[in-house]
Write a protein that binds this ligand. Structure first.
Ligand SMILES: [Zn+2]
Length: 108
């Protein structure tokens, strides 16, 4: 294998690792695979900070972030980005409790 190919493979692996980090990842509190249970979401920085999390400090499942915040999440906590919109729109894309929070307009 030549140098160029090796370099390209290395780069590809790095990108895959980064994607893996974005979509997969275990909850730092209870160790559940957040992607597997359909709880890949993004909340506003202020909410994340209030939960004691740093920007790239890992993931939290819905149950654990709510425990840290001492309250339930509601739709105002979430960014309206693709990841959350997908979870909002499609039942198969998110856990029941995440969808419930995304659709929760009543606790505004
Ligand atoms: Zn958890």
């Amino acid at each position: 294998m030549d140098k160029k190919t090796k370099k390209l493979i290395k780069k590809r692996v790095k990108i895959n690792d980064q994607l893996e980090e974005i979509f997969h990842g275990r909850c730092v509190d209870c160790n559940v695979d957040t992607f597997h249970i359909g709880e890949s979401y993004m909340v506003h920085d202020s909410v994340w900070k209030k939960a004691g999390m740093k920007k790239s400090g890992g993931k939290l499942c819905v149950g654990c972030i709510e425990k840290r915040l001492g309250r339930k999440l509601n739709c105002r906590d979430f960014f309206m980005i693709g990841l959350n919109i997908q979870a909002y729109m499609f039942p198969f894309a998110a856990s029941k409790r995440l969808r419930k929070r995304l659709h929760d307009y009543e606790s505004w």
